[in-house]
Design a protein around this ligand. Structure first.
Ligand code: THU
Length: 160
């Protein structure tokens, strides 16, 4: 029998259409692109998470001379939150990017490894993470749970 997986997401023309708390988080992610260390790709990525106590924490991609060692903004942020605030869950995460010398007008979406880490975080706290995706300008996508981005993801239940 054929089965179907589908999910809904929201699309906004620009960030001013978002609710204030999401606008604030996206602005923090856009600003966080300035903290990227990306001398090899020149692709600066910024991420910002709103924690369950409403605090905003940021992350940015950190590249390595040994390329595969580099870490994306999303996982830099998740690992920092998990290390510094292990008792707090993440309510939402905004992700933006600044490709040096190029336009940043369309949303980007997290890589596969980051999707796994996001799913791990959702499962760890049994709380969905709202994902807000946008360039420095232009349309914004909102996805209500990171799990939608990783259908049939490995959640580790079988390891127990
Ligand atoms: N990158 C991120 O930080 N997040 C993404 O969602 C996509 C890619 C980084 C990894 C690398 O430093 C650079 O962007 C180019 O791939």
């Amino acid at each position: 029998m054929h089965q179907k997986f589908e999910f809904q997401y929201q699309q906004f023309q620009e960030s001013t259409a978002l609710e204030t708390t999401d606008q604030e988080l996206l602005e923090a992610a856009r600003k966080a692109t300035e903290n990227a260390y990306a001398p090899y790709s020149n692709f600066w990525v910024g991420a910002a998470a709103r924690l369950s106590n409403n605090q905003i924490i940021i992350g940015a991609n950190q590249e390595s001379a040994s390329y595969p060692v580099g870490v994306c903004a999303e996982r830099a942020l998740l690992n920092s939150v998990g290390s510094q605030f292990p008792k707090l869950s993440i309510i939402s995460m905004a992700i933006s990017y600044h490709p040096v010398g190029k336009d940043s007008k369309e949303p980007i979406s997290p890589c596969g490894m980051c999707r796994q880490s996001l799913l791990d975080f959702e499962n760890r706290y049994a709380a969905p993470i709202k994902i807000i995706l946008a360039g420095l300008q232009g349309p914004v996508m909102i996805i209500d749970s990171a799990s939608y981005l990783l259908p049939f993801g490995f959640d580790g239940k079988i390891l127990k």
